[in-house]
Design a binder for this molecule. Structure first.
Ligand SMILES: Nc1nc2c(c(=O)[nH]1)N(C=O)[C@@H](CNc1ccc(C(=O)N[C@@H](CCC(=O)O)C(=O)O)cc1)CN2
Ligand SMILES: Nc1ncnc2c1ncn2[C@@H]1O[C@H](COP(=O)(O)OP(=O)(O)OP(=O)(O)O)[C@@H](O)[C@H]1O
Length: 194
């Protein structure tokens, strides 16, 4: 199946999950994450604000706050070619909608963090496979932002952890040379390490 068809299909399946199922899945993420040593050891962690049926990382964010970690959220820039910025998480009331209708913090330049200073990134995705390949929304935002992980292998950068419903798993998806591999994917039922 072509990438764009698969993207549409999985997005549709994901949106059909009931709120109850989605809430349950996101609570189950926490059981797996607590057993994942890199999560316990990470201090600066990027989250995302779930949209379109994406699995909601809020239980992980609350756990991070309880353990004294510092959460961040991605910010889109006008020039998409530069990649994402990351700003400290602020409570929902202070978020404003970006051009895709996704809530994000307002930019306070001195509080922004360089992507290589993050310890862990929870990455939203549409599909993932047995090799840690990721298909996203098609904007290339995460791939561009973390491209330094491919260019300079000694600069290992943050641990990339995809979060997904298990229905987003496929044995093999098409990959591109610019794709940043995932180190791990957590779903409601599994923790896949690659
Ligand atoms: N929750 C979340 N935040 C995120 C991402 C994501 O995938 N999920 N991103 C990951 O890169 C970045 C935003 N990337 C995006 C890339 C493309 C579209 C997009 O094409 N949106 C369509 C509607 C998509 C749909 O119906 O599902 C549009 O606005 O027309 C949206 C966001 C940063 N923040
Ligand atoms: N490192 C990079 N440098 C330049 N362009 C890139 C890079 N990574 C991705 N792109 C461009 O971004 C476009 C979208 O890539 P892709 O379909 O892999 O996005 P995605 O991973 O699904 O999206 P997202 O990360 O936003 O969820 C591609 O056409 C590609 O040309």
């Amino acid at each position: 199946m072509q990438t764009s068809q698969l993207r549409q299909q999985i997005k549709a399946e994901r949106r059909q999950l009931s709120l109850q199922t989605r809430t349950q899945h996101s609570l189950q993420l926490l059981d797996h994450a607590k057993n994942y040593k890199p999560f316990r050891q990470s201090r600066r962690i990027a989250f995302y604000h779930a949209v379109n049926g994406e699995i909601d990382p809020t239980p992980l964010l609350e756990e991070a706050l309880r353990s004294g970690k510092t959460p961040y959220l991605p910010i889109l820039r006008h020039d998409a070619s530069i990649g994402l910025w990351f700003a400290p998480y602020t409570d929902k009331a202070k978020l404003k909608l970006n051009r895709f209708g996704i809530p994000e913090p307002t930019v306070v330049h001195r509080k922004l963090i360089k992507p290589w200073s993050l310890d862990m990134v929870f990455v939203p995705l549409v599909a993932f496979d047995d090799h840690g390949h990721r298909m996203g929304m098609g904007g290339g935002f995460y791939d561009r932002t973390f491209a330094f992980k491919l260019q300079r292998r000694h600069l290992t950068g943050p641990t990339m952890v995809g979060l997904a419903h298990n229905l987003q798993h496929r044995p093999v998806i098409n990959s591109n040379p610019w794709d940043i591999p995932l180190d791990c994917v957590i779903t409601e039922s599994h923790l896949y390490k690659f």
